[in-house]
Design a protein around this ligand. Structure first.
Ligand SMILES: Cc1cc2nc3c(=O)[nH]c(=O)nc-3n(C[C@H](O)[C@H](O)[C@H](O)COP(=O)(O)O)c2cc1C
Length: 198
């Protein structure tokens, strides 16, 4: 019906372990950041930022992932810790997503700032797809660990949301079911129901 809507709907996540080289070029990464900055943002707070993990720092990230795994379960065996490390090596390109959420402005409550973060993430995913890449955002329990907070030197109001993995994938991504338009959109009747939460 419309090329932009078709492309939005064609976006599909691919597991980071299948996102191989080539990843985005430095110029394309900058374009993704530009797209992130175009997200709706009440009060122009800029609550989302991206941190690119260069290839030279993947092993340092792998150690932070291992630390997070041991923090979650100190009894983790060597295979489990190595699996955690491996996840930091997946994806041709890896971006950490950091949200800065404050509760100091009643006009822009935290949920609005989170919505802005989510919108910026979606813009990055769509921009990456426009360059022929596939993506997936992943989090996991590690994102709230002390190991990861320390690795990214997060301050009190900062949160590690997850990682956007970007790369090339020649196959067909999983076609997980999505809601139909009529499950998302309804028409307001202006009638007050007998019981409501309001
Ligand atoms: C903030 C955030 C974190 C997510 N973390 C994970 C994750 O750790 N593992 C996972 O399999 N999917 C995760 N997902 C869901 C996938 O990124 C993806 O949206 C989902 O698999 C649906 O696939 P689709 O994007 O192709 O519609 C996360 C989504 C969001 C928004």
């Amino acid at each position: 019906m419309n090329d932009l809507v078709d492309r939005i709907c064609a976006r599909r996540s691919v597991s980071p372990r299948h996102l191989s080289d080539p990843g985005p070029s430095p110029e394309e990464l900058k374009e993704m950041a530009r797209a992130a900055a175009a997200a709706p943002d009440h009060g122009r707070r800029g609550p989302m930022r991206l941190v690119h993990i260069p290839d030279s720092k993947r092993e340092a990230l792998a150690e932070a992932f291992a630390g997070a795994a041991l923090e979650a379960d100190p009894q983790s065996d060597a295979a489990r810790v190595e699996d955690a490390r491996e996840r930091a090596r997946n994806g041709a390109c890896l971006l950490a997503v950091i949200a800065t959420i404050s509760d100091d402005d009643p006009r822009v409550p935290p949920h609005e700032q989170w919505i802005s973060v989510g919108s910026a993430i979606q813009n990055v995913l769509l921009a990456a797809e426009s360059f022929g890449c596939r993506t997936k955002i992943v989090s996991g329990t590690r994102v709230t660990s002390k190991a990861m907070r320390s690795a990214f030197a997060l301050k009190g109001s900062e949160h590690l949301v997850g990682f956007i993995a970007i790369g090339s994938f020649a196959g067909s991504p999983k076609d997980l079911p999505r809601r139909r338009a009529d499950e998302v959109l309804s028409i307001w009747t202006a009638e007050t129901p007998d019981s409501c939460d309001g």
